[in-house]
Design a protein around this ligand. Structure first.
Ligand code: DBV
Length: 263
């Protein structure tokens, strides 16, 4: 359980949360960019709920960590802790459209049915080699080293393909001690390497011209609309916190680009 959080830069701190070291690592690595808090309404900074049965309710806590920097429009982590029912870290780094950068996306999900692990530097416009090649040339060798160490997660919808890179690291693991080990060692190291490359790209990025920036914004919109529309967490979050809270969380916090760049 968190003590009451007053702003989005305060680290989320659930006791015994599987993903705590991952979030803490990301927060630490981002310090070099002098982040400031990203405004998050109190009901989304932390929210308590319940799942399970009336007779045996399971407490649920959902919290948001978020920051912004000159080159990163919004960095946000959706954190869910619900004991055996669910444990999630969904981290998305949304770059400013003034910089030719991909998104960083991590979806680390533990459910009673197993672990679902997704890591990628996701393109803003997959069809533009000027945007993708400089990233993929550096990301693919990293992907090739980790891919054989994690069991593949199976097919993803073809309509989702434009939003992923060919270095999408995607795994499903059963619950159990050997998966716990794999997550703590292999997955953590893969996460750190993907993030490390992303941070290098951010450091190197130079502002783009106005026209390029409009092109990048268009791609960011397509990605954001897709993620908001297809958010796989919608069902789970609605069970935990209600449909109204969940829709507001998705559109006003998790995928909020349109609020800041109205069409
Ligand atoms: N996913 C989110 C947010 C979550 C979240 C904001 C707050 O975008 C959790 C939580 N993802 C979440 C949950 C599930 C998934 C599944 C709870 C399980 C849904 C269920 O089984 O009920 C990657 N995540 C998935 C799936 C994919 C991804 C492909 C499986 C979808 C399916 O089986 O229908 N999400 C996808 C992805 C990124 C991402 C690649 C970025 C790297 O964030």
């Amino acid at each position: 359980m968190t003590s009451s959080r007053s702003n989005s830069l305060e680290p989320v701190n659930f006791s015994n949360w599987r993903w705590q070291p991952f979030l803490e690592h990301a927060v630490k690595v981002l310090q070099q960019f002098n982040p400031i808090a990203y405004p998050i309404p109190q009901q989304f900074l932390e929210q308590a709920g319940a799942t399970g049965s009336k007779a045996q309710p399971v407490a649920v806590h959902t919290a948001t960590w978020a920051c912004q920097t000159e080159k990163l429009r919004q960095v946000r982590a959706a954190c869910v802790e619900a004991g055996a029912a669910a444990s999630v870290l969904n981290l998305v780094i949304n770059p400013s459209c003034r910089y030719d950068l991909p998104f960083f996306g991590a979806d680390l999900v533990t459910l009673p049915s197993g672990h679902l692990l997704a890591l990628d530097l996701q393109p803003v416009d997959r069809g533009d080699p000027l945007h993708t090649q400089p990233v993929w040339n550096r990301l693919l060798p990293i992907f090739e080293r980790w891919k054989p160490l994690l069991p593949h997660g199976g097919p993803i919808p073809t309509e989702a393909e434009p939003y992923f890179s060919p270095a999408f690291l995607w795994a499903r693991l059963p619950l159990g001690e050997s998966s716990d080990e794999l997550i703590k060692s292999t997955l953590f190291d893969a996460f750190a390497e993907y993030l490390n490359l992303y941070v290098d790209l951010v450091r190197e990025a130079q502002p783009v011209a106005e026209e390029r920036s409009r092109f990048l914004l268009d791609g960011q919109r397509r990605y954001t609309h897709y993620r908001a529309e297809k958010d796989p967490a919608r069902g789970m979050l609605s069970r935990f916190h209600g449909a109204e809270w969940t829709e507001a969380y998705i559109h006003e916090v998790l995928f909020d680009l349109d609020l800041h760049y109205p069409a």
